[in-house]
Design a protein around this ligand. Sequence first.
Ligand code: NAG
Length: 335
Amino acid sequence: MFYVFLLQFFVISFSLTILVESATNARYAHVSALINDQLFIIGGQPTSFQLKGSNDVFYLDLKKSFNLQDPSLVDITRTSGMPLTISWASSTVVNKDGILIYGGYTWSLNSGNLDNGDNALYLFNATTKQWTIPTVSGAPPPKRREMKIVSDNNENIFIYGGIQLGENPQWYTDMNILDAQSEFRWELIQMKNSPTYPRADYTATMLPNGVIVYIGGRTRAVRDASILETELNIKQITLYDTKDATWYPMETSGELIDNRNSHSAVLTPDGKIIIYGGAQGPNLITASPSLAILDTSTSVYTWSVPTISSQFSPPPLILHTADLYGDYMIVAFGQ
Ligand SMILES: *[C@@H]1O[C@H](CO)[C@@H](O)[C@H](O)[C@H]1NC(C)=O
C-alpha cells in the first residue's frame, strides 16, 4: 500500500484530509526530503518478507497537479538508484540541494549481504541526481539506526541516540555534530544536563531559535536482569539547546495523548509541531489520537488535538514519513 495524505490546515484546525492510495511501491522505514517542489522518497523496507532494504529513488513533482488515486511518482532508480539498499536510516537536507542520509542497515546491491563497513553517510545531489560518499574528518560515532538527524541553518547536523547495528545492540545516549558546511567533520559534544537514558524511534524538530525538540520514542533499561523497553512520556518534552549544548526537560500542558514511537513530526512556520501516527510496545498498539499538535510558541509548550473533517479516514501508521509543503502535510508510505 502507498498512502499520501494531504492535510490542509488553517492555524490549528484541519479542514481537509485526502487519502491517496495505490498498490505499488509499498515500503516503511524509508527516508524523504523536500527539495525544489519535489518530494523525494529513498530506500526503505519493502513490505515483503525479504528484508534487504531498497535502493529506490523516486519523487513526486508537487508543482504539477497529480491524480490522487495514482500519483505519478517519477522513478529514477535505474539511473540514480542508491549504490546499496538501505532502511531504518535518517535524512536531512544539506547545502540547499543535497539529501544527506545517515545510518540504518545497508546491504550490498550485488550480493545482498549486510554491509558491515563503517561508512554511514551518503549524499544525494537532487540537482545532478548523483550519489557521493562524503569524505569526512574527525572520529565518526558508531553507526546506528532508529535515530533522527536534524540540521540547523549553519549546516550543523545533530545526531543523537539510536540503536547499534547487529545482535544484542547497545542503545546510545550521545550527541554528535557533523559539520557539513565546508567539509564534513565529526565532533562529539560534551553536553550539560543530558538525559541518562538512551532513546530511539523519537522525532527531532529544530526550532528557528536553535532548540531541538525531542518528542516521544522509546527507551531501554535493564532491571533484575531483564530488559525493559518502554515508550517515553510524551507529556515530558526534552529540549536540547544547540547554542549552549544544554538539555532542558519541559512538562507540557494541554490535552493528554498516548505515548508513542515511530511517529512523524513537521514544524509549521508559526511554531506548531504536528505529529502523526506512532505505536506502543512489541505488539505495536496504535497510539491515540494519530494526529496531535504541540504549540512551541508559548513558554510552556501545549498539546492539542485538532478536529478533522475528512472524507477519508487515514489509517494509523508507523515508520512513515511526513513533510510540510505549503499548507499541506504529506504523509507517505509506512506500516
Ligand atoms: C549539486 O550539484 C550542483 C551542480 O554541480 C552544485 O552546484 C551543488 O553545489 C551540488 N549540491 C551539493 C549539496 O553538493
